[in-house]
Design a protein around this ligand. Sequence first.
Ligand code: ADP
Ligand code: ZN
Ligand code: ZN
Length: 729
Amino acid sequence: MSSSFQVILRVALPLPLPRLFDYLAPDADPAGPHWIGRRVRVPFGHGEQAGVVVSTGPAESLALDLKPILSSPDSEPLLSNELLESLRWTARYYHAPLGEVLAAALPAALRAGGVLPETCAYCWELTATGHEALAGLRRDSSTRRLAERLQAGAIGEDRLDIEFDSWRTAARALAKRSLVERMQVQLRGEAPRADPGAPEPTLAQREALAALRAGAGFRALLLEGVTGSGKTEVYLQAIRDCLAAGRQALILVPEIGLTPQTLSRFRARLGVPVHALHSGLADGARARAWSAMWRGEGRVLVGTRSAVFTPLPEAGLIVIDEEHDNSYKQQDGVRYHARDLALVRAKALDIPVLLGSATPSLETLHNALSGRYQHVRLGQRAGGAQPPGVRVIDVRKRALSHGLSKDLLDAIEQCLARGEQALVFKNRRGYAPVLLCHDCGWSAHCKRCDSPMTVHGAGRTLICHHCGARGTRPLSCPDCASLALQPQGFGTERLEEALAARFPDATLIRVDRETTRHRDAIEKHLAALGNKPGILVGTQILAKGHDLPRLTLVGVVGVDEGLFSADFRAGEKLAQLLIQVAGRAGRANLPGQVLLQTHHPEHPLLNTLLAGGYPAVAALALAEREAAGFPPYAHLALLRAEALLESDVHIFLRDAHALLVPTTGLETSAPMPAPMARRAGRARGQLLLSARQRPALQSALNAWVPQIYGLKSARKVRWSLDVDPVDLY
Ligand code: ADP
Ligand code: ZN
Ligand code: ZN
């Protein structure tokens, strides 16, 4: 049995329960504060669980029936005080069990208890024999090329990966003859190489850099500038400053923005290895990137949402690119927002955080306008590129050819004739959004969702975009037996078909979720197009990230769905998307043009956007949100529930609602069906809480959420709480 001075280890386990679990430290190991932040395996029920020790306490008499932990893969804390504190903050703020937050924060391989993988960086160097033998190597061979490249000095493996396709084979061949040597790189605190690629910063860029260089400590800086205005250039120079000071930098990018193009630009300019962390990596590679940062060997990490949880023992800077992007919000499990957590961590680490966007979220803009964040606007495009001209095409009462106006088709024709590229943007994949009976008005609906089926495969297949259900298109109307079933509206597939018919000689490439299932697919598509004249047709996947110097025309085919959405963020999102897409045109020295087709040219959002750009739309939207009591002037939390039976959802929400204690400053909606009341065969409902002041909302949630776990009716539903939801669906 345990001796009297043993301490209790409080362990967070990845279970949907808002509590910790107590264990004893093993007898052999003197317990102490060094246990905090270490992973442990513990007996649990009839099996075992992997968790993390988050606190310790003195043994009390209770300790007699506690079990000791089984083992720990860590001899020292895996989670630093700062990281653990930030994760605790996450658990408190999002009202999620700490064990689940920890599970979300750790790469899968480490979560399961694996040891920290090897992460040393290596470089290759020509030996003295190698230098002598170089001239004797066969000309034009890969071994000769590699040896010549190494003549000036050692080169890191990540660098070689970029420059040579098959350098490893060549290196092995040379190593066999002792002509080259592989060596471990000592990176800690190494100053970056000179950066010959750096342009002279503009005035605005200098202002941003000066704001970051002024003194030490936490501050937030919003860098607002259209695509091509030089934001990335500011990131690069700020990161170089950070590296030169011997500190680590973390760069968060949207899911879609982490392209090989982005990584190679960072690698080429920073002169140190750049680690990447994203969902496309294998478990081992993710654990390696995480561990490299943990050890301090990794100096720069570029990653998507979950990279916000990376250890930064020598933190110097956090950058959030495209800070308005919705992929920063986790939409299931622990529903955190990586941008908000980046600010929490920057504060805890006492380092600057740089938020960049052409179209800042209203939350961030509000913080900037109220003086909490510094704000630098990058005016024009850097390097002399002109902003594109935007023209609205009123398509009311005009004949459209397969959804395309004559003006747009003419513009595409001229663009191709000039040898340039056009982008036709439609934010709907598939052939057509609806299949309609022309005689009786029947339309194809998903049996399991409150939603129409999308027509795919040139009109032959029906797919539900919400649950994935598939069916073949009926030959006749199930209601009236008419044969007049017609696809209504246009998706990217149908536009592709129409454009191929109209421009049979042009290279035509469709880019949407269908055609880009693999991570590198977009690169392959764009490489196939190259600098040839051609047409890209696609969804928002095409809106960002890729530099297309020959793209001079952007046609936006129909934004009307977005103009009349019930979602309170719809206007903001539409304006962001339009600016982003428009930003694709004319990035290099060629002037760009944007044509916007709409049935609602008089819509205030379009007018404001054209007259005053994003800042004007944002000002309008902020005023509306303030009047209506929506974020950033109010704070929301949404309780969602779903179940096979609608009555189970209803009873649960009613019970949860009854537990709410009326508090001043807190407003609660009655339980109601979700905007999509059935999805994938399950009934869905929700309950909205809102408060003008964040503390009022948080204290209500503190009292409420633990009680929800105890509800009997909670066992019959899947429920989740979303603090700061990005949409109310
Ligand atoms: P963003 O990140 O805002 O899209 P980038 O930083 O990628 O903009 O800059 C767009 C282009 O302008 C790049 O080719 C970049 O090299 C160039 N550029 C950026 N800053 C300058 C500058 N101060 N002088 C000249 N060219 C610049
Ligand atoms: Zn019919
Ligand atoms: Zn469905």
